[in-house]
Design a protein around this ligand. Structure first.
Ligand code: NAD
Length: 467
């Protein structure tokens, strides 16, 4: 028996097996999670398929009521959900609370959208209309860094458009998503939302499943490629939100003292485990030393600890694999640059690594060229801003990027040259539900959020009538 249940066909059920969930702040198992079998995945897809005709036939206003009720139940249970999120994910409780309320806000945002019929031509000879129809069963696959907010990129637009869904969270952070399933069991008609959990073994079966029409995937680029290859067989629609190696470019007119806290937050929020974290920072040579010093001060002052403890600013890495990976990046930083803050693991249980600043490092090293996805920031010196943009663009990824300057025209011109899905000016990693979000190059295909994100959960259908 596990402490949590799968949601299949409107019923809360045990998994075929169970698995422990580790608290990354203690390295101890703190809960037992159901683990679905392939047969249970098939049941979930069958339930979603059976629920589709009635759900998609409902007026959109009815579906909006369900989204609002979900937002409401998330808010009413925010305390419990946030605590669970911190226990399984590691982030400080304040951040977890923000993520839970953020998820509720995303549900509410989508209730403000509609899918009206667009009249393309209504002339003497013809009337042509564009309709947005639901696709059918959606497969949603999420990673372990933001289990709830990333689910809120997918679930509300999928339901609003009239689809039904099978959700699979990451194996190391399944509980908040399963808890949500329990909370919405009586809000959502049976089969419309199904939630399973796996041990990293059912993703492939989902992407290959003949009755799933679209995969909405957030995770690594390596897995994203597998998803796309597998979805090709049935020509499933895919939205892929993948990895990144966002560059920040700081021009010579920036005041290091003023900018450093914002840059630090952009790089170290959620312990750097953010797809759009600033992962390499290019700083003009005239302010380089001062900026490195300011960032090092902030890193040294950061309070590391269990996310449930009051005052913790940075929690543990989410899982052992990531912890080991980040240690390798730190070694690379020591070899190819100079560590001026952090660089050490904490001598205690839990996957703790102090925020690490590496200076005197440049492109062509692992730490600069690859996605570290953790609390270690390389700071790179540049002379010429155009050259910095070229170096930023040399990456195979293109998720986000930012330019920092007091001269907005200059910053805008450089932002225009950067290759990524989002470029910020004088900020970084700022997302909102009404702003579409997607990656360029190896960072993904398609968009989430905003009207564009909603459209990706629909099939465009034209009705073209002679008069
Ligand atoms: P991951 O790719 O290892 O796992 C993501 C999800 O895919 C998990 O649920 C996993 O169980 C599932 N999965 C594993 N194998 C699969 C397969 N063959 N087919 C289908 N699904 C499969 O990623 P992760 O390590 O959990 O997350 C970290 C990565 O995610 C980073 O690269 C990060 O940049 C990226 N990310 C991107 C965004 C974005 O919006 N672009 C947001 C968050 C994280």
């Amino acid at each position: 028996m596990s402490d949590y249940k799968l949601l299949i066909g409107g019923k809360l059920v045990d998994g075929a097996q169970t698995m422990p969930v580790i608290n990354p702040a203690t390295e101890e198992a703190f809960a037992t999670c159901p683990r679905a079998s392939k047969a249970q995945l098939d049941e979930a897809v069958a339930a979603a398929k059976a629920a589709f005709p009635a759900w998609s036939a409902k007026p959109i206003a009815e579906r909006k009521k369900v989204l609002l009720a979900i937002a409401d139940v998330i808010e009413k249970n925010a305390g419990e959900l946030a605590r669970l999120l911190t226990q399984e994910q590691g982030k400080p409780i304040g951040d977890a609370t923000g993520e839970i309320y953020g998820a509720a806000a995303f549900f509410k945002y989508f209730t403000m959208l509609d899918l009206p019929v667009k009249v393309i031509d209504d002339s003497a000879n013809q009337r042509v209309e564009a309709h947005r129809k639901p696709l059918g069963v959606i497969g949603a696959i999420t990673p372990w860094n933001f289990p709830m907010i990333l689910l809120a990129f997918k679930l509300p637009p999928a339901l609003l458009a009239g689809n039904t869904i099978v959700i699979k969270p990451a194996p190391t952070t399944p509980l908040t998503t399963l808890k949500l399933g329990q909370l919405i069991q009586n809000i959502v008609p049976a089969g419309v939302v199904n939630i399973i959990a796996d041990a990293n073994d059912l993703g492939g079966a989902m992407t290959a499943h003949p009755d799933i029409r679209k995969i909405s995937f957030t995770g690594s680029t390596a897995t994203g490629k597998k998803v796309m290859a597998s979805a090709a067989e049935a020509l499933k629609r895919v939205t892929l939100e993948l990895g990144g190696n966002d560059a920040g470019i700081v021009l010579d007119d920036v005041n290091p003292k003023e900018a450093a806290p914002k840059l630090f937050q952009s790089a170290f929020q959620n312990n750097g485990q953010v797809c759009i974290a600033m992962k390499r920072l290019y700083v003009h040579e005239s302010i380089y030393d001062e900026m490195c010093g300011e960032l090092a001060k902030l890193a040294d002052a950061a309070i590391i600890g269990d996310g449930l403890m009051q005052g913790t600013q940075i929690g543990p890495l989410q899982n052992r694999m990531q912890y080991e990976k980040v240690k390798e990046f730190i070694e690379d930083g020591k070899k190819n640059g100079r560590v001026i803050a952090g660089g050490t693991v904490e001598d205690r249980p839990g996957y703790f690594i102090r925020p690490t600043i590496v200076r005197d490092i440049t492109d062509g090293t692992r730490l600069v060229d690859e996605e570290q996805f953790g609390p270690v920031l390389p700071v790179i010196k540049f002379k010429d801003a155009e050259d910095a943009v070229q170096r930023a663009n040399a990456s195979p990824w293109g998720l986000g990027g930012s330019v920092w300057s007091k001269d907005i025209d200059k910053a805008y011109a450089l932002a225009d040259k950067m290759e990524a899905g989002t470029i910020w000016v004088n900020k970084h990693a700022d997302l909102a539900p009404n702003i579409p979000f997607g990656g360029a190059k190896l960072s993904g295909i398609g968009a989430e959020l905003g009207e564009e994100g909603l459209a990706e959960f629909t099939q465009l259908k034209i009705i073209n009538m002679a008069k």
